[in-house]
Ligand binder design. Structure first.
Ligand SMILES: CC(=O)N[C@H]1[C@@H](OP(=O)(O)OP(=O)(O)OC[C@H]2O[C@@H](n3ccc(=O)[nH]c3=O)[C@H](O)[C@@H]2O)O[C@H](CO)[C@@H](O)[C@@H]1O[C@H](C)C(=O)N[C@@H](C)C(=O)N[C@H](CCC(=O)O)C(=O)O
Ligand SMILES: Nc1ncnc2c1ncn2[C@@H]1O[C@H](COP(=O)(O)OP(=O)(O)OP(=O)(O)O)[C@@H](O)[C@H]1O
Length: 488
């Protein structure tokens, strides 16, 4: 492959060598450079790719893409452009043969609801025979293959590599989470999104390594709507109009308010022993009743989004209704049936903010008791332990304090910190260090009408202790506990 084939959609300046240079691989990590690679130098948060220029030249790189000056032998081609992250995105698309153009790509951005909505959409579209790839916080899903994720939105090279694999196995569409960091760092630059979705905007992801302030966070979210054909937005979010300022797409809205194009009417919580959910009537562009077994008013928003998207894929109302009923997201308010008397669920909430939001949501169902089982990760801020302890002590009727990922710390020390937080409230608690034993206690002592939440681990299937990840899937622990209690 010739270098200029990768550069065809980019503006660039030739510093030395030739853009007709033959190249073997496209790489932005010096450690992976091979003979003939083109190395893209990225000025990162931790490292600067330009620092490795001489090293990669010695390893045999045939070309370098830079945004700063580098000093390498004359036989190495050097191409300069304004932004090499942007360059990497467009070069990656070309390198893999523009796979995005063979897929219908749905991108979801927003502070909350991305993961849940992504899986809902995948589930409905697959019900009518679409083959759907997925890229998100938990994993990338390519057919049967599941690749654990490091970032919500991976680096552009990885995205196009996944797209190419999806095309290869016959996917016709992809649903992906698009983080504001992903947009800001051009990980998604050049992707022709068929549909872009805006769920909501909250004060999050602002700090030294993320966005400098809320304005910047909001601006970055809006970038998605400059590169999609159709934008579907939550009309009830106070920032909706700001985010869509300057949008270049057609816009449709959903929400509870009358101004929304697709509206949820008569929303109500549904609760039966062992079951919590929401129900409502869809009005506007469609007209039918929906019930889903994921609790919380936000489930109305997430499912409405999925309905709006699937409407554009021509999915019938009956199919949408049936598929939504079956939609589950691993580790996101995931109900696990253990009893006809009480309800148990697994959720990823692992900081005070998400735990508070989860417990407040569940309290709306007026459970006999709200039981919260959780621990906190080791080698992380102690404040999180005090705060989670305080939130659970304040909102749950019983806290069961246990281990999460202790990492290099002693589990009991972490539990003691959580107890300091609970001590600021009058909340009742028990402490059972072993997570399986703690789950056993919760199930064995479940009372009619209780809602029990196992918080913190969510989709994770391991427990990290002193640098090693040991297999630990809460679904497996629950099954073992039921067996041991003779309830299976
Ligand atoms: C601040 C930030 O966004 N960092 C991300 C970024 O790292 P970076 O490009 O700055 O990388 P770097 O380590 O400074 O290295 C710079 C360049 O030198 C190269 N290098 C480095 C070392 C070396 O020996 N040789 C070498 O060539 C690197 O390959 C890179 O090209 O690019 C990496 C690859 O894509 C990411 O893994 C990394 O994510 C960090 C770890 C991260 O997690 N960031 C968070 C803030 C994030 O992106 N979060 C969002 C979710 C937010 C939400 O939920 O809305 C996400 O999408 O995950
Ligand atoms: N639409 C929503 N609005 C507000 N909260 C939500 C919404 N959807 C889900 N949540 C809550 O936020 C938690 C995280 O949901 P989800 O993983 O779908 O969001 P996300 O956008 O992927 O966020 P994160 O990046 O934090 O994982 C859920 O467990 C639930 O408690």
């Amino acid at each position: 492959m010739k270098l200029n084939q990768l550069l065809e959609r980019l503006e660039y300046e030739k510093i030395q060598g030739s853009d007709q240079t033959e190249i073997t691989t496209l790489i932005n990590d010096s450690r992976q450079v091979q003979q003939g690679s083109v190395f893209v130098c990225i000025s990162g948060a931790v490292s600067d790719g330009h620092r490795f220029a001489r090293e990669v030249a010695e390893k045999g790189a045939s070309a370098l893409i830079v945004e700063k000056e580098v000093d390498v032998p004359r036989h190495v081609t050097v191409i300069r452009m304004k932004d090499t992250r942007y360059g990497l995105a467009l070069m990656s698309a070309a390198y893999f043969g523009y796979p995005a153009e063979k897929l219908k790509i749905i991108g979801i951005t927003g502070t909350k609801g991305k993961t849940t909505t992504t899986y809902m959409i995948k589930s409905i579209l697959e019900d009518v025979g679409h083959k759907v790839g997925l890229i998100g916080t938990i994993e990338a899903v390519i057919g049967e293959k599941k690749i654990p994720a490091a970032n919500t939105t991976p680096e552009s090279y990885t995205i196009h590599k996944y797209f190419a694999e999806m095309v290869e196995i016959g996917c016709d569409s992809v649903v992906m989470e698009v983080s504001s960091q992903g947009l800001m760092l051009h990980r998604t630059a050049g992707i022709p999104f068929e549909i872009g979705i805006f769920t909501n905007l909250g004060h999050d992801h602002i700090g030294p390594n993320e966005h400098k302030d809320f304005e910047d966070y909001k601006r970055c979210k809006g970038l998605l709507f400059k590169q999609c054909r159709l934008g579907i937005a939550n009309a009830d979010d106070p920032w909706f109009e700001d985010v869509f300022r300057g949008a270049a797409c057609q816009v449709e809205t959903f929400g509870l308010s009358q101004k929304a194009d697709l509206q949820a009417l008569d929303t109500h919580l549904v609760s039966r022993p062992g079951y919590l959910g929401v129900a409502y009537h869809v009005s506007g562009k469609m007209d039918f009743d929906v019930e889903i077994d994921i609790p919380g008013t936000f489930s109305v928003y997430n499912s409405l989004t999925a309905i709006a998207v699937c409407g554009h894929f021509g999915v019938s109302q009956d199919v949408i209704r049936r598929a939504l009923k079956a939609a589950k997201v691993k580790g996101r308010i995931e109900m696990v049936k253990v009893s006809d008397d009480f309800t148990l669920m697994i959720d990823y909430a692992h900081n005070a903010m998400s735990l508070e939001s989860l417990l407040m949501t569940l309290k709306e169902y007026n459970p006999a008791r709200l039981v919260c089982l959780f621990g906190c990760g080791g080698n992380r801020s102690k404040d999180r332990r005090y705060e989670m302890g305080e939130v659970s002590g304040r909102l749950a009727d019983l806290s069961i304090i246990t281990s999460d990922n202790p990492r290099d710390e002693e589990p009991q020390d972490i539990i003691d910190d959580i107890k300091t937080g609970i001590g600021r409230t009058s909340g009742a608690y028990v402490e059972i260090c072993d997570r399986k034993e703690a789950i056993k206690y919760a199930i064995a002592n479940g009372q009619p009408g209780d809602v029990i939440v196992l918080a913190g681990k969510g989709h994770e299937d391991y427990q990290e202790i002193k640098g090693k990840k040991y297999p630990m899937d809460e679904r497996v622990l629950i099954a073992e506990v039921l067996e041991e209690l003779g309830k299976k």
